[in-house]
Design a protein. Structure first.
Length: 74
């Protein structure tokens, strides 16, 4: 569990960093985001791909029913 610092300790650390007495350690983040390569579809399961296509079809139908009647009025 992390150590809880008092306000005095926090202020002292900040002052030391500002004056250059304290070294700031930049620890690497363990869980960095990895860019997704869309050329490798094997990371998407067939079920997810199927659901994505179904949702896309539903969205297109909803948008078509919304927009086309409004365009006819112009």
């Amino acid at each position: 569990m992390a150590e809880v610092l008092s306000q005095q300790e926090i202020d002292q650390l900040l002052n030391n960093v500002k004056s250059g007495n304290e070294q700031v350690s930049e620890t690497p983040v363990e869980n960095q985001a990895i860019p997704f390569d869309f050329r490798l579809p094997n990371r998407i399961s067939k079920n997810q791909l199927r659901l994505s296509r179904i949702f896309t079809k539903i969205l297109v139908k909803v948008l078509a029913h919304f927009f086309f009647p409004n365009f006819r009025q112009w």
